[in-house]
Design a binder for this molecule. Sequence first.
Ligand code: GTQ
Length: 353
Amino acid sequence: MDGTAPSPGRDQQAALQRLYAEMQPLSLYPLWEVLSALVTPTPRSAAVAHRWEYGPARDYLMRAGGLISAEQAERRVLILENPGLAGSSAIIPSLYAGLQLILPGEVAPCHRHTQCALRFVLEGDGAFTAVDGEKALMRPFDLVLTPNWQWHDHGNASATPMIWLDGLDIPTVRFYEASFAERLAEPAHSETIPAGDSLARYGRNLRPFRATAADRRPAHQPLFHYPYAEWRASLLALAAAEPPDPHLGHAMEFVNPADGGPVMPTIAAQVRHLPAGFETRARRSTDGTILVAVEGRGTARVEGREFPLEERDLVVVPSWQALELRAETPLLLFGYSDRAAQEKLGLYREARL
Ligand code: GTQ
């Protein structure tokens, strides 16, 4: 005995390090070294809050428009990648966002994929998205869906460029390793259903009394066009009827008429109205949310960081980061998030501060 034996702690440390080194080649690792980072008491998003000003993003998109055609690109889109998720093409860990441009006369060729998508029109009037052979004529701030595995192409027979926000569940599908995609042999699907047919059948609290062969929309996802004129009227009527919720302002969710739930299995979409001068209290939720200013001017404060919002600016609010919204003028916002998937998995939570 030399009387200077290492403490039991140091002994243990050295033995553990030998254990780790020896078992690593067998792909075995100690949970106790990482448990607190894996099972956190509250969410810790790798994503960061961020704002994209519309003007500069639009300039780069138009420049791309002069360099590559929609047909060549298949989809001419600038990805809005979260600065905290470099290389992931994701705006939050589960969702994707991009700005798509269709110039007059162009076609973005027909394809289908297991990712589901929403389009929120930012600029232009009269281009279309065709879903399984039915066109939705797109006007500013319309919401258009292309649900999972439905054929879709985009075209622009109008005289002006059209730009919209694409929201897809690409990272979710990547996580589940369930991506399938096909190209149609022709650039555009034949127009088999009159434009606006699904909106007339399913968009007004009605549905065909008996299913017919023409009701070819999948029964679980019959509606794919939610026009601005309609959601705006509903939201403003709500705003006229009651005071704003202290944490949300006036808020409405887009619903799937088949089940009253979110518009798609993985993505929920909402609109908000804040009266001029109104400021929400802080609120956290587990869904990462992408917000777009539609009308007016205001500020999004995320964990104390201020992001000014003007029309068409975008801001991403990661999971569990406290959001406060302030309206300088009456403010209308559109938003989408991964709440639809989280609710199905029993994960969704919110906290009103
Ligand atoms: O329009 O189908 O932004 O497939 C990314 C992938 C748009 C689309 C995107 C896509 C699309």
